[in-house]
Design a protein around this ligand. Structure first.
Ligand code: ATP
Length: 233
């Protein structure tokens, strides 16, 4: 579904990504882990059309090099950004409606009904300001909003950031349900344990380069990963 080949992103003299290649098959849940500043957000931004890059990003057999970000959404990409970025002074319902992008009202309403089945807490809070929600609820709202445009590939930037372990589990369990329902998911995380516990496969990004890749259970048992990312000897 997505094939990124030899991707390089530079910010002036800083090379944020060097020759990065990743692929995600339809229906897969893939995690890319890496520490602070490894280049995770930059990779998602390049895929989503928010960063200038060298190399190829091919989505559903179409090269995205000259495709604007809003066209990528129409093609079936959707991003849950780092730090959720809900609109705090708008209601939960208004935030969800914005996720519909250019779709018609009837479509948007149907999708909202659908997503709140997975996130019932949002339905209870339709009229509340998004800024009043807890961090976990805001993350659920950010995911739900990204689903309104009916994506085939959901991109997520650090869904566990700032959340308590119980809430992280809840968020990842929702993602597992979405995967079971056929959604393809690519997320980037510093929290390697949470991501690898739920993802099918993983990549490890260090200083802008992929240094390791494999099935999640293999990565969880890799001594180097245990030492560097899981806090175990
Ligand atoms: P974090 O977990 O902190 O978000 P990350 O793995 O997502 O980290 P990026 O945000 O992609 O990392 O940053 C990769 C590198 O590129 C870092 O060295 C960062 O300082 C640099 N960088 C990111 N955005 C810019 C920018 N707009 N201008 C200059 N340098 C940038």
């Amino acid at each position: 579904m997505l094939k990124v080949t030899s991707l390089t992103v530079k910010y002036g003299s800083i090379v944020a990504l060097k020759n990065v290649s990743v692929h995600i098959k339809k229906g897969e849940f893939v995690a890319l882990i890496g520490s602070n500043g490894a280049g995770k957000t930059t990779l998602l931004n390049a895929i989503y059309g928010l960063a200038v890059f060298e190399g190829d990003v091919v989505f559903k057999d179409k090269n995205l090099s000259n495709v604007a970000s809003h066209k990528r959404i129409e093609m079936g990409l959707s991003l849950v950004p780092e730090g959720r970025r809900v609109f705090p002074n708008m209601t939960v319902l208004e935030n969800l409606e914005l996720g519909g992008f250019k779709k018609d009202k009837q479509f948007i309403n149907r999708k909202i009904d659908e997503v709140v089945e997975l996130f019932p807490v949002l339905k209870e809070r339709f009229r509340q300001l998004a800024g009043m929600l807890s961090g976990g609820e805001q993350q659920m709202l950010a995911i739900a909003r990204a689903l309104i445009s009916d994506p085939e590939l959901l991109l997520m930037d650090e869904p566990s950031m700032g959340l308590a372990p119980m809430v992280i589990k809840e968020v990842y369990e929702k993602l597992s349900i979405l995967k079971k329902n056929g959604l393809t998911i690519f997320l980037v995380e510093q929290n390697a344990m949470a991501a690898l516990k739920y993802a099918d496969r993983g990549y490890v990004l260090e200083n802008g380069k992929i240094v390791l890749q494999g099935k999640s259970n293999e990565l969880i048992n890799d001594n180097e990963i245990k030492r560097a990312y899981l806090g175990k000897e």
